[in-house]
Design a protein around this ligand. Structure first.
Ligand SMILES: C[S@@+](CC[C@H](N)C(=O)[O-])C[C@H]1O[C@@H](n2cnc3c(N)ncnc32)[C@H](O)[C@@H]1O
Length: 284
């Protein structure tokens, strides 16, 4: 009897080892495919179809999503000298955007010069964006609005913004989470009622949107975007962090041809930065 138990245990052990080895092999293959795509697409976003193909090859849950440790750095990795000095001892890439994502957004903002940036999910990113916006050419009224679910984090963000000492007005709003339907299910997202959204888009809507909240996964973020998109101009650029997480990949694929949001792909930076544009694709 004990011989049978021993054989069964050995078989289970062997099959667990085989599953693990397969996971590692296919996970390695998936990351390899993604790295190759990164080389091919260089400074462009990797299309969702390629990301989804790599995802199918990764067995583990969140198989493409980098572990925190692999993207965490201090603020010394920020390219902007003032931000690097101010946040030299802060950790980027754990709860906040990775430093390389901040660097990418810094370059994007300096190139496109948006007058008004809207952010979902406040923190270090808010302070960094405020500094970069304040450095854009004068003569344009600039505005940064950031929404968070928690008054504690809004208070912390206010302290971070004060440390960079910016001239651009930074409006921080606490909007607690509440249920909102999304694709036949219910997501937990910011309380974005019509009056608040009208206030956000008056006198003119944001030129750029960064989505890095709420916490709790991609559904809350997509539900927030569903509420927000009708208030945005067509072709507004929307960036969303955590683009290599399973839930975000699934929802981004689903939204690729949405009438509200066209997902273009994922920049392989930090934990994956999704780029999307509002509105329908225009006929060529
Ligand atoms: C991904 S974080 C947003 C980070 C922000 N965009 C940044 O780059 O610093 C999303 C939300 O998590 C919450 N949060 C931030 N830091 C946290 C922490 N250390 N522990 C728990 N929740 C946190 C805040 O409410 C925040 O809006």
């Amino acid at each position: 009897m004990s011989g049978v138990v021993k054989t069964l245990s050995l078989r289970r052990l062997a099959s667990a080892v085989a599953r693990r080895a397969k996971g590692l092999a296919t996970g390695g293959l998936a990351s390899g495919l993604l790295r190759l795509a990164g080389l091919l697409y260089r400074n462009r976003p990797v299309p969702m179809g390629v990301v989804a193909q790599a995802r199918r090859m990764a067995v583990a849950h969140d198989g493409l999503y980098p572990r925190n440790m692999t993207v965490m750095t201090t603020g010394l990795d920020l390219r902007d000298a003032h931000l690097a000095a101010t946040f030299a001892e802060s950790t980027f890439g754990e709860w906040s955007l990775a430093a390389e994502v901040v660097n990418f957004l810094e370059a994007f903002v300096r190139r496109t010069e948006p007058a008004y940036v809207l952010e979902l999910g406040s923190g270090l990113s808010t302070a960094c964006l405020a500094h970069v916006l304040a450095e854009l050419p004068p003569g344009v009224h600039r505005r940064l609005v950031s929404i968070d679910q928690s008054s504690n984090f809004v208070a912390r963000t206010r302290d971070l913004v004060d440390r960079v000492d910016v001239a651009v007005p930074v409006e921080l709003h606490v909007r607690p989470l509440q249920p909102r339907p999304l694709h036949g299910a219910v997501a937990s997202t910011y309380d974005l009622d019509d009056a608040f959204l009208t206030q956000l888009s008056t006198p003119s809507p944001p030129d750029l949107v960064l989505v890095d909240g709420p916490t709790g996964g991609g559904a809350g973020r997509f539900a927030a975007l569903e509420a927000l998109c009708p208030y945005l101009r067509d072709d507004t650029v929307v960036f969303m962090d955590d683009g290599l997480r399973d839930e975000e990949i699934g929802l981004a694929r689903r939204s690729r041809t949405d009438s509200l949001l066209r997902v273009e792909g994922v920049y392989l930076l930090g934990k994956g930065l999704v780029i999307a544009r509002t509105g329908r694709r225009r006929a060529a």
